[in-house]
Design a protein around this ligand. Structure first.
Ligand SMILES: Nc1ncnc2c1ncn2[C@@H]1O[C@H](COP(=O)(O)OP(=O)(O)OP(=O)(O)O)[C@@H](O)[C@H]1O
Ligand SMILES: [Mg+2]
Length: 486
């Protein structure tokens, strides 16, 4: 609770501002209290001094008249002492008159009369020729005045004023100030929390709106509902939404154009390739027919021309059937199959050629392959295309590697050969339709193109890497959980 409160802006501001106010209020209260205390102390000293000095005159006169025999003391000094003790405005705890040696002549407590005081405070009072204020303890003040005329001195008048009332007043003041400070801090804290609550609530509702806004769905233009800084934020957010929407439209348009361009290029390549692959053998066939029509062909020549016509028509048929293979069933049904079995079936189809060219097959196929949802026939076609390319690249033998890696949700089939490899400058073209290096009548150049289309229709990818003179590796990645991408 404490941590979550401190994580919020509202909590942080409330806490820090409250602490700041508390520190300021404490400083002000301290200054106020010590100022008040000083004033009260000064008032006590002023009143006490005035009192002692006025009584000192009467006491001095009494002592002087007594000395010159005008009056007999006869208890006058005790009267002054009891008068002093009657003063209720000052909290006087003792009053006394000492002679010059410190002997008590008169005292508010009769039992003290006759005692001789020799303590440090008394010594100070006896030697001072001025009114003296001393603080023997924190509980009372000792104020003394000399009983003297010019250089003639009879003794000292001393009173003790209790500071207990002052202490009570000061502690009352402390309580009052503390109460004010706590009250103010609570009030300010509540006000800050409330104000920040208003701000953060507005921010929270804007943030909720941001979270719930779906940038893909149709965003109708909105205008800010507030005029303040949060309104500015709202406006920026709505502007940003509009920009996202515009960008999204622009992106979709560019993507559509790109797709269209790609399709046009693909169709262009396909058509050009088809025209070439069909026109060439057709020209040959037409040429033979022309010679047949002329009728001047020997039997041998006729046999040769028939063979050529058969070859040409065969090539046209192969091209068309390859294209048909792809076009016939692009979204063919898929069912969970064991990919290892498809590989074995493809290898057995090519067994004769593998043995003929002394090719060694190395399999790395895990026994516990998870079933994968593909169209078995189409995948078989892909594998035959790739394996055939590898065999054709290893006419003098080599190693054909087949590995399946099915771990952590990935399914990768790697087919490598140690054949002649592909030169760098044509590596980019091998997936193009009708691209072949196998010479007239030998390859259609559709093998990798068709394979790529089939793999992509299965939601996978196919890539080829090769080093001239060292070999080629084809990698197929398929999703284990297949989803329609067409
Ligand atoms: N394993 C490989 N080793 C060397 N070159 C390769 C290999 N695989 C593909 N190629 C190159 O890529 C070209 C295109 O291959 P693709 O399978 O598409 O057509 P093709 O094999 O020429 O014709 P078809 O597959 O119709 O018989 C090949 O002509 C060849 O030059
Ligand atoms: Mg091929």
């Amino acid at each position: 609770m404490r941590i979550t409160l401190l994580r919020t802006l509202q909590g942080k501001f409330t806490l820090y501002l409250s602490l700041l106010i508390l520190v300021i209020m404490s400083g002000l209260a301290y200054r106020n209290i010590s100022g008040e205390k000083n004033l009260m102390e000064k008032a006590i000293v002023r009143e006490g001094t005035a009192l002692v000095e006025s009584f000192a005159i009467s006491c001095t006169n009494t002592l002087l008249y007594e000395e010159i025999g005008l009056v007999e003391e006869g208890g006058l000094l005790d009267n002054y002492i009891s008068d002093l003790m009657q003063r209720k405005d000052l909290n006087i705890v003792y009053a006394m008159i000492l002679d010059q040696r410190g002997k008590v002549i008169a005292h508010s407590s009769v039992t003290e009369v006759g005692n001789v005081y020799e303590d440090a405070v008394t010594r100070q009072t006896l030697t001072s020729w001025d009114t003296l204020v001393q603080a023997p303890s924190s509980r009372f003040l000792d104020i003394s005045a000399p009983l003297a005329i010019s250089t003639k001195r009879w003794g000292t008048l001393r009173i003790g004023i209790s500071l207990e009332n002052l202490k009570k007043d000061v502690s009352r003041l402390i309580w009052k100030n503390t109460l004010y400070a706590v009250g103010l801090v609570l009030l300010v804290t509540a006000a800050i929390a409330l104000l920040f609550g208003l701000i953060t609530n507005a921010l929270k509702s804007l943030s909720r709106e941001m979270d719930m806004t779906n940038t893909r769905s149709d965003i109708s233009p909105k205008s800010a509902t507030r005029q303040d800084e949060i309104g500015v934020l709202q406006k920026s957010f709505y502007n940003m939404l509009k920009r996202i929407k515009d960008d999204e439209k622009e992106r979709e348009r560019t993507q559509r154009n790109l797709l269209l361009t790609e399709k046009m290029v693909a169709i262009g390549k396909l058509t050009a390739g088809m025209a070439h692959e069909i026109n060439n053998p057709l020209a040959g066939v037409l040429n033979c027919i022309y010679h047949f029509k002329k009728g001047a062909l020997s039997t041998e020549r006729q046999q040769e021309y028939l063979g050529l016509m058969e070859d040409g028509i065969g090539r046209i048929q192969k091209t068309v059937s390859n294209l048909l293979e792809y076009a016939r069933n692009p979204g063919a049904e898929r069912s969970p199959v064991n990919f290892g079995a498809i590989i074995e079936k493809s290898l057995s189809l090519l067994d004769f050629q593998i043995r003929k060219h002394h090719i060694q097959v190395k399999r790395e196929i895990p026994r516990d392959l998870p079933p994968i949802k593909v169209n078995g026939d189409q995948m078989g076609q892909v594998l035959v295309n790739i394996l055939l390319n590898a065999i054709q690249a290893m006419q003098d033998g080599g190693i054909l590697g087949i590995r399946i890696d099915a771990q952590n949700g990935r399914f990768a089939v790697t087919i490598s050969d140690t054949g002649k490899g592909i030169p760098n400058d044509i590596l980019q073209k091998v997936f193009d339709p009708f691209f072949t290096t196998k010479g007239e009548g030998k390859g259609t150049g559709l093998g990798l193109w068709v394979s790529q289309i089939i793999v992509e229709q299965h939601g996978g990818t196919i890539s080829l890497s090769s080093q001239e003179g060292k070999g080629t590796t084809v990698e197929i990645h398929l999703p284990l959980t297949w989803q329609s991408v067409s």
